[in-house]
Design a protein around this ligand. Structure first.
Ligand SMILES: *[C@@H]1O[C@H](CO)[C@@H](O)[C@H](O)[C@H]1NC(C)=O
Ligand SMILES: *[C@@H]1O[C@H](CO)[C@@H](O)[C@H](O)[C@H]1NC(C)=O
Ligand SMILES: *[C@@H]1O[C@H](CO)[C@@H](O)[C@H](O)[C@H]1NC(C)=O
Length: 937
């Protein structure tokens, strides 16, 4: 990022605003209102009857384009100002303003008052004195300040947390075209997620209906803070006219409206059956709206000429008025749309009916067809993306982490969005950070979650920038916002501080105060285009027998239950020599000795670290989450019905090793991100999952050397609440019986091994009460057996509530994922971590000597485990060394899942630009003694 510059000094008004005196602006406003009223009164009088005057006014307002009133940016006070909010002065901040295409960075002060940013720059002492004791002083001590994060695609309040009946309010099932529905009418003010998202710096979100319909309804921007009124409408940002039955002054421009559209698989599946049907539904709806619009225009043309005879009533229809407004250019179309065919369908629709598309959302194939996007009516749409969440359905199969940079290179507006709760919008900034990591320039990456979405929303006159006259929505960060783990120190919305007694994350290294350096991914980005989103991912083995890594900065290896740093370059240059996949020398080796035939790889000061291990998702058991034909399927569950006799009845147990698929894209991407081992259990329908397998994520097939790391890792069951599954007490009864000596068949034999303490029992469990029950059960078995058994809780969102007991009872915990979300009731009691709580689940459990591993619950996320481990360490007040952080995602996971690979046979990962946990490093090689290869990536 650019060096912070100096600001022009803020010059207060010659005379500071005096309290107690009505500002001049108000007098002007009153005078204006009086004139308006008088004018209106005069038009109510003959010659025109009242109805005619009203109609003419309506006609004239029909084509007024939305926007703020002309004098908006001189407003003395925000319409959202809360009386009694104290003015705030933030001193000595490093301010990313959003101006100058996101390149302007200033050092100075920010004054907040009346819900607005009153000054950015040097606030003079005279003004500070004038405010007196009322002014809240904040010394930012040089910290980064950004505008509040803006989420262009959220379902906050319509898909609420925890999900209870009536909390799923985003999709109507009443037809493919429903422009008359409004997300506002479903907005739950009791969603637990508002507070969490604010704690991640999110201040504004556009709440969209779901995507089950071609036209799903109207969307509304909200501010996330709680309001005194406690009502949905008090959360709205600039509601359009007519929203609460009152009409605003029709002589002023209206506010922007939003409509959610969706194309492709979602509406096809729910309603129409085919893309052809969905597009016809669109065209039929728009044709109807077009006819109404033409009738209105013809009507108004006559009315303007005074030809009232036989004119009848103004043609309008409440159901269709929003769609007519689209055709009048007064609605922003937010269009869920992924694939080339669908993108072009919508572009064609926009040209047929002449309306622009504000943004394509999800839009995984947009980077492949920029030409199509540029043909959209009016202007090319902005593109709202996830960073790395892809391949979950056919439409996202060609998604690329390089899409943001490719689209930006095409001059298109890039937005990063959450689709909350699909991604927890608390971490929307992480999407921008990843986009930056994969090549989107820093200025555009930050803009992608602030000024760009504000602009696409039509709200860039008041949010998305740190600018005088803008809404006082700000975040002070504890690092550069693009540094991994950036955490708000404070968040303001409408000038109101949102975090009471925020808990600071532990201090970060100084290097975190600048945007991370990013690796060179130019070739990968070119390949994404060349191979239309499906570049070959299978690694190539180094041909040379000997591979020599030079310029190695540090070496970490697995050793006796942990990870240890065994080399750190100081005086001497680090060299690691590998022969046939085995490290034969590390540290001070003679590179020249084997140089002749050897392949030399310069790590440029990078590192060698242990390969990580992924657990928690069906990695290598499915290619595409939404496509059953690409999956292993579900393990039959004896608790939900008798198992077929051919399986041996209730006493059979499924083994994931038999269902493994190699070379799935998510596994190979994970491999290329340093996750060299996966552990997957059969996907359970209910209670019993089966035996997990440990496998190499980089192997081409199961028969390859070292492709299966361990046929059986652990035995897996799930115990929890919900749905059609039998009660928790029934599940526990089954478990107790199986853990008794009565099990038969395969299942009995495996539970016998659990009783003997030889096999680990992994229970997927979220709820602390269920965990307590399981701890009692463990004690029962141990009392009977006279020795301890190995029990691991996976998922374990609420484990922090029993941290002490879990530690005392020797239970291990796999947090999948490590950063919690209260998605359903049984996991609602999350420990959110800084800035809401001092501890995170990881740090609290570690403090109680619990063995903690971290994992994921969706395949695409396996690639991010290295960042998750680094982030967990950044949040932990118990200081975690690099080695300990690496352990969270490697040896701990393996230990908790019963995997025993001798350290000498464990994979190692080579990185340039830092070690595996750094946000600036890139994986360039994998050393696999087990497979006898070195893969150069
Ligand atoms: C601003 O903060 C930085 C970082 O803490 C500090 O070095 C500098 O002296 C501060 N400047 C002022 C004017 O307080
Ligand atoms: C209705 O909305 C308008 C425009 O936002 C606002 O001025 C008015 O106070 C609202 N009325 C009620 C009853 O909430
Ligand atoms: C954790 O282990 C350490 C070292 O064995 C011990 O000193 C400490 O008391 C333990 N903490 C808890 C909470 O059990």
């Amino acid at each position: 990022m650019d060096k912070p510059g100096l600001l022009p000094a803020y010059v207060p008004q010659a005379e500071p605003p005096r309290r107690g005196r009505r500002p001049r602006v108000w007098s002007a406003l009153f005078a204006g209102l009086l004139v308006c009223t008088l004018l209106r009164l005069s038009t109510l009088w003959p010659p025109l009857p009242r109805r005619s005057s009203h109609t003419l006014q309506k006609c004239r307002s029909l084509n007024v384009l939305p926007g703020p009133p002309p004098d908006f940016n001189t407003r003395p006070q925000s319409d959202r100002f809360v009386e009694g909010t104290r003015p705030t002065l933030i001193r000595n901040a490093t301010i990313w303003t959003g101006r100058n295409n996101g390149l302007e960075i200033l050092t100075g002060d920010i004054l907040l008052d009346k819900g607005l940013i009153k000054a950015v720059g040097h606030v003079q002492d005279s003004l500070v004195r004038w405010y007196g004791d009322d002014l809240v002083h904040i010394n930012a001590q040089g910290s980064w300040v950004s505008p509040g994060i803006v989420d262009l695609h959220s379902h906050l309040g319509v898909y609420s947390a925890p999900a209870l009946s009536g909390a799923s309010d985003g999709n109507s099932r009443h037809g493919p075209v429903l422009p008359w529905l409004r997300s506002l009418d479903a907005l739950n003010t009791r969603d637990d997620a508002y507070r969490l998202s604010i704690s991640g710096g999110v201040t504004t979100a556009l709440v969209l209906p779901g995507s089950a319909n071609a036209i799903g309804g109207q969307a509304f921007p909200i501010k996330l803070r709680p309001t005194k009124e406690r009502s949905p409408s008090s959360m709205l940002l600039e509601p359009p006219y007519g929203i609460n039955g009152s009409e605003v002054d029709p002589s002023l421009p209206p506010r922007w409206r939003h409509i959610k559209q969706a194309c492709g698989e979602n509406p096809d599946r729910v309603y129409s059956g085919t893309r052809m049907d969905t597009m016809w539904a669109f065209r039929q709806g728009y044709e109807h709206a077009r006819q109404i619009k033409e009738q209105q225009d013809a009507y108004c043309a006559k009315a303007e000429k005074g030809l009232w005879d036989g004119l009848g009533a103004f043609p309008e229809d409440l159901q269709w008025e929003a769609l007519v407004d689209v055709l009048r250019g007064r609605v922003k179309i937010q269009n869920h749309c992924y694939e080339t065919v669908d993108l072009e369908d919508i572009v064609r629709l926009s040209n047929e009916f002449k309306f622009p598309i504000a943004a394509f959302h999800h839009a995984h194939e947009t980077y492949l067809v920029p030409g199509t996007l540029k043909k959209a009516y009016g202007h090319p749409p902005a593109i709202a993306l996830f960073a790395t969440n892809a391949r979950y359905k056919r439409e996202s199969y060609r998604g690329s982490e390089f899409a943001p940079r490719i689209l930006a290179d095409e001059g298109l507006q890039v937005v990063m969005k959450s689709d909350h709760p699909v991604l927890n919008s608390r971490y929307l900034l992480f999407e921008a950070q990843q986009a930056h990591y994969y090549g989107l320039p820093a200025n555009l990456a930050l803009a992608a979650v602030t000024s760009t979405p504000a602009t696409v929303m039509g709200e860039d006159h008041r949010i998305g920038y740190v600018k005088e006259g803008y809404d006082a929505d700000l975040v002070i960060w504890d690092s550069h916002p693009l540094a991994l783990g950036a955490t708000p120190k404070q968040v303001w919305i409408d000038g109101i501080a949102q975090l009471d007694n925020p808990h600071a994350a532990p201090p970060k290294p100084d290097s975190f105060q600048s945007a991370p350096a990013t690796p060179d991914f130019d070739k990968e980005a070119r390949d994404a285009l060349e191979y239309e989103g499906l570049p070959p991912l299978l690694p190539e083995h180094a041909e040379a027998e000997v591979v020599v890594f030079t310029n190695v900065g540090s070496v970490y290896v697995k050793a006796a239950g942990g990870v240890r740093q065994v080399f750190l370059a100081k005086e001497r240059e680090g060299v690691v020599v590998v022969r046939n996949g085995e490290v034969v020398c590390q540290g001070a080796c003679d590179a020249a000795a084997s140089a002749g035939k050897a392949k030399l790889v310069d790590l440029k000061g990078g590192a060698i670290s242990p390969g990580l291990t992924a657990y928690g998702s069906p990695l290598a058991l499915q290619e595409i989450q939404g496509e059953v034909s690409t999956q292993d399927g579900y393990a039959l569950d004896p608790l939900s019905g008798e198992l077929p006799k051919v399986l041996g009845g209730d006493y059979s147990v499924m083994q994931a090793v038999d269902g493994l698929q190699y070379a799935t894209r998510d596994a190979l991407i994970a491999y290329r991100s340093g996750v060299t081992t996966g552990i997957s259990a059969p996907k359970p329908l209910g209670f019993l999952s089966g035996l997990s397998v440990a496998f190499s994520t980089g192997a081409a097939h199961k028969l390859e050397k070292g492709a299966v790391v361990q046929d059986v890792a652990a035995l897996h069951v799930s115990v929890g609440h919900g749905g059609a599954i039998p009660s928790v007490s029934t599940q526990v009864a089954a478990l107790r019986r199986l853990l008794g000596s009565e099990g038969k068949g395969d299942l009995g034999r495996w539970f016998e091994r659990v009783r003997e303490g030889k096999t680990t029992l992994v229970v997927t469990v979220q709820n602390a009460d269920v965990m307590a029950t399981l701890i009692r059960l463990k004690r029962e078995v141990e009392a009977e057996m006279g020795h301890s058994i190995k029990l691991t809780f996976a998922g374990a969102t609420e484990a922090h509530l029993l941290a002490k007991e879990i530690g005392e009872n020797g239970v291990g915990v796999l947090l999948t994922p490590p950063r919690p979300y209260p998605g359903v009731w049984e996991e609602r009691r999350v420990l959110p971590g800084p800035p809401l709580t001092r501890d995170s689940s990881v740090s609290l459990l570690l403090a109680h000597n619990v063995t903690v591993g971290i994992g994921t619950h969706e395949n695409w996320a396996a690639r991010n485990i290295r960042f998750d481990a680094a982030w967990a360490a950044l949040e932990s007040h118990i200081e975690l060394s690099k080695s300990e952080a690496l352990s969270l995602a490697s040896v701990n996971v393996e230990e908790l899942l019963g995997l025993s690979v001798p350290p000498a046979l464990s994979d190692l990962v080579a990185t340039t630009g830092g070690d595996l946990l750094d946000f600036s490093s890139k994986v360039v090689g994998v050393i696999s003694p087990r497979r006898g290869v070195v893969d150069l990536l």
